[in-house]
Design a protein around this ligand. Structure first.
Ligand SMILES: Cc1ncc(COP(=O)(O)O)c(C=O)c1O
Length: 424
């Protein structure tokens, strides 16, 4: 089979989005106070997710940090986190003085091992950070139950799962706070950006203060970002501070494209689901090639997938040989760039249950391969990728050119979390 060629322009802005960015500039909507662009985006986001409050922030990492701060994390508090997640889930905990306990997944799955979680709880456990991966759901209802029973505050890191639902309710709306990312590898991609959502008015107000250096109008004690006052009031009564704060004001120009993209996000999501189904139909019957176990084709309408998750059986395949074959066939392919938290050189220093052997999350990390779903990929491209991937698998045991290391001498591009080898 010949090497394939697929569309690689993974990020394009529509005319409507470009126009919105221009309008934002023309209206000088970039004042120190959050202007209409950001507040309109926030309203659309809260409506979409069916949650009372949404607050835009510069990115998801800072959203998680803000969440921990406004929810009152203190030095030495224990935070339970999955053993496999992005560094951005972990740094905010460390920067807040928290201690980490890591838990494992169910075998071949992103679902959490609930019994493992229960064993980690102590009187010092204050937070649980649930982190969704690649748009797959979690057993979040069970996790929430455990948190509620043990007085643990649940925060959701939904960076990778915008639009994913669990039993009809959006991921990110189960805990006290949900934290989203809008960077260029995510579902709702606007360059950089993040948001917090919550149903709790008190938390909402704290986040409002926090993102604008803790400032409130002295006369009303309302956030100087979201509420109005007169210059006369400001001049005579000035500002005050209500608690912790930083400058985490979002940039209106970035959110100006998101303001339009969010109107069409359901179309983007449903296109990705179609692509996911093609991969599933064409690849899931191959020997030793599995979709992650908690993937259920009958529930695909609940997923907001940002990649197709394939788990190779390591009894049949060496993951890196399959990657090499796929790259030589011209397939954009991805794997977990980051190791598990327990195997991370830096993070492992802060884990209090260091000795635990978390084999399931390690197996998933070591044997996963991702295939792309980005919006500019046509259904034909997806079909080509599926066929080329099947060719790699079907010829895995043969000594043919695609498994030749020569490929690594060629140019490798990285985009949207995927690697693509181009002929130089
Ligand atoms: C699970 C997870 N959490 C948090 C983040 C951080 O998002 P951001 O880049 O918006 O800070 C990422 C980004 O890749 C992520 O994958």
């Amino acid at each position: 089979m010949e090497r394939i060629n697929v569309n690689c322009d993974y990020m394009i802005y529509s005319d409507e989005e470009k126009k919105s960015a221009l309008e934002c500039l023309e209206n000088s909507d970039s004042s120190i106070f959050v202007g209409n662009t950001v507040s309109n985006f926030e309203q659309k986001l809260s409506k979409y997710l069916n949650v009372p409050y949404a607050i835009a922030l510069p990115n998801c990492t800072l959203s998680i940090y803000t969440a921990l701060q406004v929810l009152g994390i203190e030095n030495g508090d224990e935070v339970i986190v999955p053993n496999l997640t992005h560094a951005s889930s972990i740094y905010p905990i460390l920067m807040s003085g928290g201690k980490i306990k890591v838990f494992d997944f169910e075998p071949n799955s992103y679902y959490y091992d609930l019994e493992n979680i229960k064993k980690l709880i102590t009187p010092n456990t204050k937070f649980f950070l649930a982190c969704y991966l690649y748009g797959m759901p979690l057993n979040i209802e069970e996790v929430k139950k455990i948190c509620d029973e043990n007085n643990i505050t649940l925060i959701e890191d939904v960076a990778q799962a915008f639009g994913t639902k669990v039993n009809g309710k959006y991921a990110g709306t189960f805990g006290k706070i949900g934290c989203y990312s809008f960077n260029d590898t995510k579902m709702l991609r606007i360059g950089e950006g993040g948001a917090i959502v919550t149903s709790d008015k008190d938390i909402y107000e704290k986040v409002e203060h926090f993102r604008h250096v803790g400032e409130v109008f002295n006369s009303t004690k309302q956030s100087s970002v979201s509420s109005n006052t007169t210059y006369r009031d400001l001049l005579f009564n000035g500002l005050s501070n209500m608690g912790k704060g930083l400058n985490l004001r979002p940039s209106p120009i970035t959110f100006s494209t998101g303001l339009k993209r969010i109107d069409h996000i359901d179309d983007y999501i449903s296109e990705r689901r179609k692509k996911l189904k093609i991969y599933f139909d064409q690849l899931s019957n191959l020997e030793g090639v599995h979709f992650i176990k908690n993937f259920d084709i009958n529930k695909v309408e609940e997923y907001g997938p940002i990649a197709s998750w394939i788990l190779l059986d390591n009894k049949y395949y060496d993951r890196n040989r399959v990657i090499l074959g796929a790259m030589n066939m011209g397939i954009p392919v991805g794997s977990f760039n980051y190791n598990t938290i327990s195997k991370n050189d830096y993070f492992s220093n802060f884990i209090t249950n260091k000795g635990d052997n978390l084999i399931n999350s390690q197996y998933v990390r070591d044997n996963s391969i991702f295939l792309p779903l980005y919006e500019t990929l046509s259904l034909d491209d997806v079909d080509k990728i599926s066929k080329a991937f099947a060719y790699v698998i079907n010829n895995y045991c043969k000594d043919i050119e695609i498994f030749d290391e020569r490929g690594y001498d060629e140019e490798i591009n990285y985009f949207d979390g995927f690697y693509l080898m181009r002929k130089k």
